[in-house]
Design a protein around this ligand. Structure first.
Ligand code: FAD
Length: 598
């Protein structure tokens, strides 16, 4: 009985919503939203990634988009039942727009919409060839001069020479590969370019002890899930092999040993001229769309410190450090105290190096098992799968929590972890390690979304610090001497190797390198929410700056992030590109504004 009441109440809201949308009645829609409410739209109505807030925000968005996008037919998703918990009714929904079909999640409080997620899933008339639409492969019957699959793949290899791709993706890590797979499925002629020898080398080239910090359920790529014998935390070379296999079987046009040297946009023709060094051959590509998937952890932030040039030992950025083997018995100083710094210190300790970590500012640490259980378990775990929470559903539930209030959901989880691991944190503090929990106590995910740095998921290095096996020094590096690093308080740390685990710069730095400083500035900072917390200056953006959505530079896009983001957001970027290729109307609501240059 209760369920049918909940269903009826939900249906009434959807019926009223459909009637108001059909009548172009913006005020009618506005009245359905609670005073404190959020509508997050992924491409369906806004042709952007956009969260609008409150009835006024909804009205503003609809007054611009309603006529062009004609959303309607909001329904409870077939086979799903709305559920009520703590006064909130949650329901999976489907809907349509003029251009496509979508999926989403709606939460009601007091029969008013509290949160609404609308996410475009496919374009009408351009549905992917999957499931019942899968290609036949074989063409039965007899036909002269037929083309085999192999021959058509060989013809694909001429893309870029005999014909031009619509899209060029610079960077063939997991981001470029996931997007390349989606665009291939959507029939968008695309080339993925990477300077490495093989797909997956992005991971192979990292320090040898690295395993993914996120668990397998969070890491799937689109279309092909990891098999169920796959380890929970994938070793980096195994990720590399998976990416290489995936690139091949998803038939991605992937050029290895191909470095993009420059890219220029011609306003008149609306195309890019991309200069590529393909294994020594100079190739010019002329795509319409250019995607930088060059890595948010790809542009090393390497501070220039006095005396570096005279240092007689070796200085490496963490991205250049390939492992501890050469440093047995040597003195190593690692500058920084986030993920890479910890992983590198632990591996060096295992190889019997004499390791010192220099902590410059506070770091947020969570133990991996606590994070898995308390932070991720409900959405990404074997238990979640058993409860019917597929990866796709988990991604949508995660996406349905508006960034504005996400920290409110996160804070209690991290309070729980702090309590559960109290002895561990006491040990770290006793060792002199400066901890934080994010500016507002909201922990790791918020730090990742806001600034992409400032944390370590503990898989063992913290105990080495607690036990004094990895020495810990607090302070700022002042200068280098020939054989040592000297901190501003005069502490002198003799070193054969100094690893600068000093993080990575904003992705618009890639635009500066490959296109121009002018375009980098025109686009502005990439990443962050505008939360006005450390390293994420305001004003409030509501979405990740410049990621997966139109930028101030026509036909220039940024893609990347962790495996979850690459998987989920590659769909929305792919649909935006496909729609443009097909000449669909794509009016963008709330184009990204620029408040910071980097
Ligand atoms: C140490 C470390 C651990 C991490 N652990 C995790 C984890 O556990 N889980 C997770 O999800 N994420 C993790 N990440 C974050 C993120 O997932 C990785 O950085 C990931 O590699 C990003 O993928 P990407 O495709 O966006 O960029 P990248 O993998 O960095 O790929 C970018 C590619 O662009 C290429 N490129 C750059 N410039 C050019 C050019 N001019 N021409 C041609 N090619 C170019 C590079 O060769 C590179 O292959 C980690 C990152 C680091 C650094």
């Amino acid at each position: 009985m209760l369920d049918s009441t909940v269903t009826t109440r939900t249906q009434e809201v959807l019926d009223t919503l459909n009637a108001a949308l059909a009548a172009g009645d913006v005020d009618g829609v506005k009245a359905l939203f609670a005073a404190d409410s959020y509508w997050r739209d992924l491409v369906a109505l806004t042709w952007n990634l956009k969260t609008v807030e409150g009835p006024e925000g909804v009205a503003d968005m609809l007054s611009q988009q309603l006529e062009h996008t004609a959303p309607g037919n909001f329904q409870i998703q077939a086979g799903e039942m709305p559920a009520e918990e703590d006064g909130v009714i949650t329901t999976w929904i489907t809907f349509e727009t003029k251009a496509g079909r979508g999926w989403g999640l709606m939460r009601l409080k007091d029969d008013r919409i509290w949160t609404l997620l609308t996410a475009l899933q496919e374009l009408k008339g351009f549905e992917e060839s999957r499931g019942t639409r899968r290609p036949m492969g074989a063409e039965h019957g007899a036909r002269k001069n037929r083309t085999t699959w192999k021959e058509s793949r060989e013809a694909d290899a001429r893309l870029g020479y005999d014909s031009q791709p619509y899209t060029v993706i610079v960077g063939g890590g997991q981001g470029g590969i996931a997007l390349g797979a989606r665009l291939r499925q959507l029939g968008v002629p695309t080339i993925v370019l990477d300077k490495h020898d093989r797909p997956g080398d992005q991971w192979r080239s990292r320090y040898k002890s690295l395993c993914l910090h996120d668990p397998i359920w969070y890491d799937h790529l689109p279309y092909i899930k990891f098999p169920d014998n796959w380890p929970v935390f994938t070793p980096k070379d195994k990720v590399g092999d998976w990416l290489e296999m995936y690139t091949k079987v998803m038939e991605i046009n992937y050029w290895t040993r191909s470095e993009v040297q420059s890219a220029r946009f011609d306003e008149t023709s609306g195309t890019w001229t991309v200069q590529v060094n393909r294994d020594g051959e100079q190739v010019t590509l002329r795509p319409t769309q250019l995607v930088l998937a060059t890595g948010m952890s790809g542009k090393p932030n390497m501070p220039r410190i006095p005396g570096m040039d005279n240092f007689k030992g070796t200085i490496q950025h963490s991205s250049q450090h390939d492992g501890p083997d050469a440093w047995n018995g040597k003195k190593v100083v690692v500058i920084g105290s986030n993920n890479s710094a910890h992983d590198i210190c632990a591996a060096l300790w295992e190889a019997d190096a004499d390791v010192t970590m220099v902590q410059r500012s506070s770091t947020h640490i969570v133990r991996s098992d606590s994070l898995m259980e308390i932070g991720l378990g409900a959405l990404y775990s074997e238990e979640a799968v058993a409860n019917g929470v597929t990866t796709e559903k988990a991604d949508m539930i995660f996406a349905s929590l508006p960034y504005r209030i996400m920290h409110e959901f996160q804070i209690p989880l991290y309070d729980k972890m702090r309590e559960r691991d109290a002895d561990f944190y006491a040990g770290l503090e006793k060792a002199g390690f400066e901890l934080d929990w994010g500016d507002d106590g909201s922990g790791l995910f918020m730090k990742y979304l806001r600034r992409g740095s400032g944390y370590y998921i503990d898989v063992g290095a913290s105990q080495l610090i607690i036990d004094g096996e990895v020495k810990l020094v607090k302070g700022q590096v002042d200068h280098f001497e020939e054989d040592a690093v000297v901190l501003s308080d005069g502490t002198r740390l003799p070193a054969d190797l100094v690893v600068m685990a000093t993080g990575y710069g904003s992705m618009n730095g890639w635009a500066a390198d490959l296109i121009s400083q002018e375009v980098a500035d025109k686009v502005g900072k990439v990443w962050g929410l505008g939360s006005d917390t450390t390293k994420d200056p305001g004003p409030w953006e509501g979405e990740q700056r410049n990621m997966w959505k139109p930028t101030q530079q026509e036909n220039l896009w940024f893609h990347g992030g962790n495996l979850h983001q690459s998987r989920h957001y590659s769909l929305y970027l792919a649909l935006q590109l496909k729609a443009r290729m097909e000449g669909l109307e794509t009016p963008v609501y709330g184009l990204q504004q620029v408040h910071h240059l980097s």
